[in-house]
Design a protein around this ligand. Structure first.
Ligand SMILES: Nc1ncnc2c1ncn2[C@@H]1O[C@H](COP(=O)(O)OP(=O)(O)OP(=O)(O)O)[C@@H](O)[C@H]1O
Ligand SMILES: [Mg+2]
Length: 491
């Protein structure tokens, strides 16, 4: 039963449904206090939408909560247990440096996990220090908020505070704590953990909990657990298509980094693609390109198959029938993903109706983009405004031929040109968080304590479909460099 808890002055209004799950899926753990917390950035609109008072959050007591130095009334901090396939290898993991404070119930009654990332050691820390560095936490803040503004389901960032302590990575770095907001932190890896180390009852409790939390519309008469699998697959198909459509590369699609809610989670080594190339990889540890841009859809299907395996005992009493149900559901992913991607691509080219040849028109463009190393975002933006840029692609004869085909395609639909342009404006962002811009913002913040560069970047990224003149400055490409851009697992 949910007991009624007091709403604090700040507006914290916690419930702790996760803590009512079987004890095997978490460990109660308080954050480790830090020396001198300082608020670096607070997401005012997000705070307000959660029912939190911005001024109270900025006060010493408010910041103490965001640093893990004070536990607000009603919170019940815990570390979640999970496992995961990391680059294909199965491992026992769990929140090694994060704690769930509880679930904030917003004024309209929605439920969001409030999690501190970098809040100290937990029983799942292994050899880690339980801490996080300022640069990677600000990076998660910037990119997750940019994803949200792009209309892509994601965990959100409420605040970053520095701890006044140094964390040792390759060099000493300012320590920081990110407050993350999520529909939940249930991962494919959570089910893998329970499937391996929990009881049959634990597994059923977790599945029922996930259904209740994310898919309450489940029909009492149907196979509930098959419904769960199918809905998770649907959400992932929609999510991965959106990543592909904006050129987002997650970088570490381990099964512990796939959220069942369908939100993007864990902004470690992620980055956006500049020149179109399906083989693009940024992460320094992704040696074989397992998580390259073009591999994201099949990897998602692979992860979902691992999820389906955990559900087998719940899908059907008979093992063979259970496997058949799971296989059917998984094989739907590719088709669902493709449908979402194609619809999105039609939008990016201003196409409203469906024609057989649309796919080859799209592939034709992408192939040329790859051949001429055309920038993914800027090419679509230039097409939106029908303003070819001074690039090799736009100067190519084959592009002129393609352009004619495309114009003929647009002329065959009922909608006027202006409607196509409008559709393209809302389908093609004016800008994405360009890697060099993000780096500039982080460098100013971490090295000089100057947060203004980041604040301006966050501001332009908050309305990516506005196509305002100020945004033009943020869509320029990085200066040509001899070494490719590299990202590191954000620790
Ligand atoms: N500094 C650290 N101390 C202890 N554990 C850590 C540390 N850094 C990462 N881990 C743990 O290593 C595992 C893999 O890390 P990964 O980079 O996927 O996650 P993360 O960025 O910490 O968290 P999340 O997936 O919640 O965003 C996780 O179990 C994580 O908790
Ligand atoms: Mg992770």
């Amino acid at each position: 039963m949910t007991e009624k808890k007091a709403i604090t002055e700040t507006g914290w209004n916690f419930d702790n449904s996760y803590a009512r799950l079987p004890k095997s899926v978490f460990t109660r753990q308080d954050p480790t206090p830090v020396r001198s917390p300082k608020l670096i950035i607070l997401n005012d609109p997000l705070a307000t939408s959660l029912g939190l008072n911005v001024e109270a959050l900025q006060s010493n007591d408010g910041v103490a909560v965001l640093a893990g130095n004070q536990i607000p009334e009603g919170a019940l901090p815990l570390a979640q247990a999970y496992a995961g396939h990391q680059f294909g290898h199965f491992t026992l993991l769990g929140d090694g440096r994060a704690l769930l404070l509880g679930e904030q119930i917003t004024p309209p009654g929605e439920r969001f996990d409030i999690q501190l990332k970098g809040s100290g050691r937990t029983p799942y820390s292994r050899r880690g220090d339980g801490r996080a560095a300022l640069g990677p936490m600000l990076r998660e803040y910037i990119i997750s908020e940019a994803m949200h503004a792009l209309g892509i389901a994601t965990t959100r960032s409420l605040a970053v505070v520095t701890s006044g302590e140094t964390v040792i990575r390759e060099t000493g770095q300012p320590g920081a704590i990110l407050t993350r907001v999520a529909a939940s932190h249930l991962r494919v890896g959570t089910f893998q953990y329970v499937s391996n180390w929990g009881t049959a009852q634990d597994l059923q409790a977790l599945a029922d909990y996930t259904l209740q939390r994310h898919f309450p519309e489940v029909d009492a008469d149907e196979n509930r657990y098959l419904f769960l699998l199918q809905e998770v697959i649907k959400r992932q198909a929609g999510l991965i298509a959106k990543w592909q459509l904006v050129g987002f590369i997650h970088g570490v699609m381990n099964t512990d980094n796939m959220a069942l809610s369908g939100e993007t989670i864990d902004y470690g080594p992620c980055a956006f693609m500049d020149a179109y190339d399906p083989a693009t990889v940024f992460s320094s540890i992704d040696m074989h390109g397992r998580y390259a841009y073009g591999n994201q859809p099949p990897i998602a299907a692979w992860n979902l198959a691992r999820f389906a395996e955990t559900l087998l005992p719940l899908l059907h009493e008979g093992e063979e029938q259970a496997v058949e149900l799971a296989e059917d559901a998984i094989s739907d992913f590719t088709e669902l993903y493709h449908r979402n991607w194609l619809a999105g691509m039609r939008g990016k080219l201003g196409i409203f109706n469906e024609e057989q040849e649309d796919e080859s028109l799209i592939e034709g463009l992408l192939n040329m983009m790859q051949k001429y190393s055309a920038d993914y975002t800027n090419t679509f933006r230039a097409l939106t405004f029908d303003k070819p840029e001074d690039t090799v692609l736009f100067g190519a004869t084959e592009f002129a031929q393609w352009h004619e085909l495309w114009q003929a395609r647009l002329a065959r639909q009922q909608e006027p040109k202006a409607s196509s342009h409008q559709l393209m404006r809302v389908s093609n962002p004016a800008l994405i968080p360009r890697n060099h811009r993000v780096e500039d913002a982080l460098e100013a913040a971490v090295k000089q304590g100057d947060y203004s560069v980041m604040e301006r970047l966050l501001d332009v990224l908050s309305s990516p479909y506005e196509h305002s003149p100020e945004q033009a400055d943020y869509s320029t490409l990085p200066a040509l460099s001899t070494s490719p851009y590299r990202t590191f697992c954000g620790t």
